[in-house]
Design a protein. Structure first.
Length: 235
């Protein structure tokens, strides 16, 4: 912009900020916002790396070791370990061969300003029990499903259990025999997890990331479950 020079009567160049003080203020706010966003991103990355390091140290202290992609593993474990979504894969040997595989991935929905990205976690424990088992799933039912249909599938004859869990798969009849009263009670109480057997491997799954607080207790719960499956007399 040009303004009249008071001394010479000639136009002179005036700084934009002198004519538009709000422009400088808006620019300052934008820069501050960008700086704050960068600080938050860097801080989150540093915190994430620290948490991962602490988790790995805790896992090692619990006696687990990293899993190599090319080592020998049961088929379901190998498939999980070699997925591009794998963020962590570790193994232990006692009292059963055990593996933990953590997957993390993102999914986007919508377009433009309505585009949203969601992060998903899937943490699975794999245990190789003794004995032979057919493929089967014992999964949680929704409260609504249990209300409107108290029994789905083969059922166990335990009304409380059948409202909360569904047995499905080729090994459903075998699973009914394995689900002793004590095991059903433990599952209802949340002492052992819902479970699946695939390729002879016992699996429990969680839709969150492993943490120092959950890592070993969940492994211990699967070990307890395996003991109840392989030796019902101890359940």
């Amino acid at each position: 912009m040009f303004a009249a020079d008071s001394a010479l009567g000639r136009p002179s160049l005036t700084a934009p900020s002198a004519l538009h003080p709000g422009l400088a203020g808006s620019t300052g706010v934008f820069i501050a916002f960008v700086v704050l966003a960068v600080v938050v991103i860097v801080w989150s990355a540093v915190r994430s790396r620290r948490q991962m390091r602490e988790l790995r140290e805790h896992i090692a202290a619990c006696g687990w070791r990293p899993v190599e992609r090319d080592e020998s593993m049961p088929r379901p474990v190998a498939s999980a370990v070699r997925s591009r979504r794998t963020k962590l894969a570790v193994a232990a040997e006692e009292p059963y061969p055990l593996w933990l595989v953590w997957h993390r991935w993102t999914e986007s929905q919508g377009t433009g300003d309505n585009r949203r990205t969601t992060t998903h976690d899937l943490t699975r424990y794999f245990l190789l029990p003794s004995g032979g088992y057919r493929d089967v799933e014992v999964v949680k039912r929704t409260a609504i499903g249990g209300f409107f249909m108290p029994v789905r599938g083969v059922g166990t004859g335990d009304a409380a259990f059948d409202k909360r869990f569904l047995i499905r798969g080729l090994g459903e009849q075998q699973a009914v025999r394995l689900l002793t009263p004590a095991l059903r009670a433990a599952m209802l109480a949340g002492e052992v997890p819902a479970w699946e057997i695939s390729g002879g491997v016992l699996i429990s799954a969680y839709t969150d990331a492993p943490s120092i607080g959950t890592f070993q207790p969940r492994a211990d719960a699967l070990v307890t479950l395996a003991g109840m499956l392989t030796d019902p007399t101890t359940a």
